[in-house]
Design a protein around this ligand. Structure first.
Ligand code: ZN
Length: 310
C-alpha cells in the first residue's frame, strides 16, 4: 500500500493490549496484562512510565474530568486508583468498585471500552494456562456510575474488540473464538444491546488468525487486530468486504488497535509475546512491541473516559 508505514515503537511487553489515546494529554495508554501494568507512552519523547497493580490488568481507562484517576479491569474486579502518570510506580493501592464473574473462579477481565454516556463495557475470559484456554467461561458486562455490573452476553469465550458506530446506534463486538465480528443495535440512553447479526466471518474470508481488539474509523469501517495473524485488517461492516490488510512485521500475535495522534490519524497497535518459545522469539523479534501505522488516509474518534459520578 503506497504511503503506509509501520513503525516499531516500544517493547519488551508480555501481553500488550488495550491501547487508549488520551486526547486531553496527547498520550497513549496501554496495558501489559500479565505484567500487571498500565503503561503510558509519550509519543513526543518516546518515554514510557507505568504503574503496577495487584493482578492481571486487562484494560484501563482514565476517569472523566480527572488527569490522575483511572479505572482498570484487574482480575475480576473493576478498580479505581490514582496515578500521576509522569512517574513509574511499582505498586499502587486500589479501591474495588465492582466485581464480576462472582459465581466462578479462573477468569479475568479482558478488553473493554467506554461508551458515549461514560459507561464502561468489558468482558471476561478464562485465564490462559499454557496453550490451553477453557471456552465459554466468560461473560460481557457494562458498568455505569451506579457501579452495578449488568451482564449482556453469556457465555463468552474471549471477550475482545468493541466499537460503536458514528451515529451511536450500532455496537460492534468480538468474541475471539467465534472468528466473527458481530453487530448489535445499541441504545445509548438505556445502555442496552439487541438484535445480534454477523458482519464479518474471518474463516469464510480466509483471513488467518483470531480477531482480537478493534476500533472504527470515521468512514464507519472497522480495524481489527489479528492474533496469530500478524496483521491488522480493515473491514466494511455494512458490505462485509475485506478492504485492506496491513502486516505487522516480526509479531504474529497482534492484539489491539486505537487511533491517536494530534489528528487521530495514527493507528497504534499492540502485540503479545505471551507463551512464545525461544525459536518463536527468533521468528518474531518484535513480539510484545507497540507499533504505529501512518499513511492510512483515515482517522478515528476521541476515546471516552469513564464517568464515575452521574
Ligand atoms: Zn484482546
Amino acid at each position: 500500500m503506497a504511503g503506509v508505514t509501520v513503525e516499531r515503537l516500544v517493547g519488551g511487553y508480555c501481553l500488550g493490549e488495550g491501547p487508549h489515546w488520551d486526547h486531553i494529554t496527547q498520550k497513549l495508554y496501554f496495558v501489559d496484562i500479565y505484567g500487571h501494568k498500565l503503561c503510558r507512552l509519550d509519543p513526543e519523547t518516546g518515554n514510557v512510565t507505568s504503574v503496577t497493580l495487584d493482578g492481571p490488568v486487562g484494560v484501563a481507562v482514565p476517569v472523566d474530568g480527572s488527569t490522575n484517576k483511572f479505572v482498570a479491569g484487574c482480575g475480576t474486579n473493576f478498580v479505581l486508583f490514582t496515578w500521576d502518570s509522569n512517574t513509574t510506580l511499582q505498586s499502587c493501592p486500589t479501591q474495588v468498585l465492582a466485581k464480576v464473574d462472582t459465581e466462578k473462579t479462573g477468569t479475568r477481565i479482558n478488553d473493554g471500552k467506554v461508551d458515549s454516556c461514560g459507561r464502561f463495557w468489558g468482558g471476561t475470559m478464562a485465564l490462559e494456562e499454557g496453550s490451553i484456554l477453557k471456552p465459554n467461561e466468560g461473560s460481557f458486562y457494562s458498568i455505569g456510575s451506579d457501579l452495578v455490573p449488568r451482564k449482556h452476553i453469556s457465555p463468552v469465550s474471549i471477550s475482545n474488540g468493541l466499537a460503536w458506530s458514528k451515529d451511536d446506534d450500532t455496537f460492534y463486538y468480538i468474541d475471539s473464538l467465534t472468528y466473527q465480528v458481530v453487530a448489535y443495535d445499541f441504545t445509548a440512553s438505556t445502555g442496552s444491546i439487541s438484535n445480534k447479526r454477523i458482519v464479518f466471518d474471518l474463516k469464510k474470508n480466509n483471513v488467518p488468525g483470531l480477531p482480537d481488539g478493534m476500533t472504527i474509523d470515521t468512514d464507519g469501517n472497522l480495524w481489527v487486530a489479528l492474533y496469530f495473524g500478524g496483521a491488522v485488517i480493515q473491514i466494511n461492516p455494512k458490505s462485509g468486504e475485506l478492504m485492506r490488510t496491513v502486516n505487522i512485521p516480526g509479531a504474529k500475535n497482534v492484539t489491539s488497535v486505537a487511533f491517536g495522534g494530534p489528528n487521530l490519524d495514527v493507528l497504534y497497535v499492540t502485540s503479545s509475546s505471551l507463551g512464545l518459545k525461544e525459536e518463536d522469539q527468533k521468528e518474531q523479534p518484535n513480539a510484545g512491541y507497540v507499533f504505529k501505522i501512518t499513511g492510512l488516509g483515515v482517522r478515528g474518534y476521541n476515546a471516552h473516559s469513564f464517568k464515575l459520578s452521574a
